[in-house]
Ligand binder design. Structure first.
Ligand code: T3D
Length: 260
């Protein structure tokens, strides 16, 4: 593994992960995949880590799969099975909020990597590009799942079939991302947001992720039952007790993020 492909900084409860192959627009290699997965697993198990911030070094977020590592004859299904799919599953399963800060271009699986994060901020000049069709491919890394859910089926089809860039303000308007912010404010905003999330009731945030993901396939009845079960769990945390106490005492809550 080339360790410098991914920079990891830990501060104030936040693990900041920086994709660091700027000369290749942070395209994902086998080595970068391994480093990213390792860093996410470390963040997941570190009790001090209460939020993750993902972004890219250089002039763009990520150009997707490194195309020098795949080519005609390669079994693309295997690359997905071994690398992209576990990565996307991990981002959904990790019981901590993941913020993504996108600047420049997020292309191919790089765009869908961003869309798998919980809260996506983008610089106003950033663009999201389902570049796959230019290669004769369909969106992967969860793209065909996320795009219709976030932006709606009509936009998903056009994005996938035309492969045209979607500018960040448009992405915000469509609901693909949380917010587009002035370029010079992106990292400050993303760090502020991650730091804020890191002081929140972390266990409840993990439960929110579970509930919202399950809602994609559950009936209303199933979802109501799930909310009951998860709310019972949230209601047994010290953070719920603290939240109520803080409300009654008219002061900000001091959450620990702990489950018990
Ligand atoms: O199983 C599987 O593996 C299938 C999985 C597929 C997942 C995918 O992600 S498929 C989609 C892969 N990504 C792309 O098709 C995007 C390719 N890149 C581009 O179309 C353009 O680079 C961008 C539109 C993203 C940005 O354009 P621009 O003009 O701002 O930058 P550039 O000059 O094209 O790129 C800068 C350098 O990065 C350049 O290298 P050079 O010429 O300076 O030596 C370029 O070759 C390199 N680069 C950019 N993207 C990739 C890349 N190198 C390898 N792989 C890339 N994906």
């Amino acid at each position: 593994m080339v360790a410098d492909d991914l920079l990891v900084a830990r501060r104030d409860g936040v693990h900041v992960l920086t994709l660091n192959r700027p000369d290749r627009l942070n395209a994902l290699t086998v080595s970068l995949h391994a480093a990213l997965m390792e860093a996410l697993e470390a963040a997941e198990t570190d009790p001090e880590c209460r939020a993750i911030l993902l972004h890219g070094a250089g002039r763009g977020f990520c150009a997707g799969q490194d195309l020098t590592e795949v080519g005609p004859g390669a079994d693309l299904g295997e690359t997905l099975d071994r690398r992209f799919n576990p990565l996307i599953r991990k981002l959904h399963a990790i019981a901590k909020p993941v913020v993504c800060a996108v600047h420049g271009v997020a292309a191919g699986a790089g765009a869908n990597l961003a869309l798998a994060c919980d809260i996506v901020l983008a610089a106003q000049s950033a663009r999201f590009l389902q570049a796959f069709i230019r290669l004769g491919l369909l969106p992967d890394a969860g793209g065909t799942w996320a795009l219709p859910r976030l932006a709606g089926p009509a936009r998903a089809r056009a994005m996938a079939m035309l492969g045209e860039p979607v500018e960040a303000p448009q992405a915000e308007q469509w609901g693909l991302i949380w917010r587009a912010v002035p370029d010079e404010q992106l990292m400050r905003e993303a760090e502020r947001l991650a730091a804020h999330l890191a002081t929140g009731p972390t266990h409840a945030m993990g439960l929110i992720k579970r509930a919202l993901d399950a809602a994609e396939t559950n009936s209303l009845d199933q979802q109501l039952d799930l909310e009951r079960d998860l709310q019972r769990e949230a209601g047994s945390t010290p953070d719920f007790a603290e939240g109520v106490r803080a409300f009654l005492e008219k002061r900000p809550a001091r959450f620990t993020g702990r489950a018990s």
